[in-house]
Design a protein around this ligand. Sequence first.
Ligand code: PLP
Length: 374
Amino acid sequence: MDQLNRRQWLRRAGLAGAATLAGNWAAIAGPAAGKRRGNLVNEDSLIRLNANENPYGPSQKVKEAMMEAFEVACRYPFPWQQELTEKLAKKEGVTPEHIVVTAGSVEGLRISGLVYNWQGGEVVAADPTFQALLNYAEQFGAYIHRVPLDGLSHDLDAMERRITSNTRLVFICNPNNPTGTILSADQLRDFCSSVSRRTVTFVDEAYYDYIGEPGYPSMVELVKDNMNVIVSRTFSKAYGLAGMRIGYLITRPDIARRLQSARAAFNNVAGLFGAMAALEDEAFYRESLKKNEESQQVIYQAIKRLNLLHARSHGNFVFFQTGRDINVLAEEMRRENVLIGRSFPPLTTWCRLSTGTLEDTKQACRALEKVLGG
Ligand SMILES: Cc1ncc(COP(=O)(O)O)c(C=O)c1O
């Protein structure tokens, strides 16, 4: 097999595997990526602003740590899984028994949806929001109460009204994907502590690192108070390690044990080494947040020139009203070499645009202005 054929074959094989294993993810990811372009892996020079990835990662230090991991690739990953667990416990101010390291936070979301709903049950969540837990629980027979957003924010009163004795879990995504909005600190605390007295409360904090408000609380504080709360975090966003699949849950030890026993696989050593190095690379972490903000400003300026409605985002993306069917807009942007987020019914005219490198974001915004303005 020559170089090109092998690459083409791998690309096809990768896509087929992703479609089977990850369902929607294949559609979200778009055509597979290959050769490097600057810091962004991208064979066909598409600008991929559709999956809320961090194109600056991983840092050089993290890459070196992952290379080192190949020296122990013949070993099972347990010692390093334990080492990462201990480092995460220290970071979050809890014990290692409160931490479940998972294959991306999606695994944590899925096992939580499964463990609490496999014998039937109900989940209450906002709509639209991140679907991983909901879709998985649904496959195992759960009924999902999808509660429309109030504007672009969770309607907490309406969500609370939907809780019944059959409710097994309430899901809050904060910051919310796709809207990028956050709840006020008081609303969040009050809702989670009141609801967790009745049922498990799952708080997806994938974008917590990007929250711009100083002192904004993580719901890990309720876990520390021994409440019925599960928090998920990830190395895929601010740390730029989406491809290495490392996330984690922080929850009470009794819940952590239940969830741990539902895991289907282990993490690989390269991901574990990478995550540990990422925790120590403070400079990259800070730079990553700064770069995200710069690209967000570029998007805000473009949508201001286009006079479009948008929400202030606390993620690595911006959500704005285009007035056009998003599937049509996606096609038009694809012709300009830019991938944008999928449609999020019922907000089918709103676009979720991820932040890319500054250069890619500028190019995407020029394309957006051409398509929408022209
Ligand atoms: C809210 C939210 N949670 C979780 C994830 C999944 O991230 P991971 O790569 O950790 O599985 C995403 C990915 O975009 C997300 O938007």
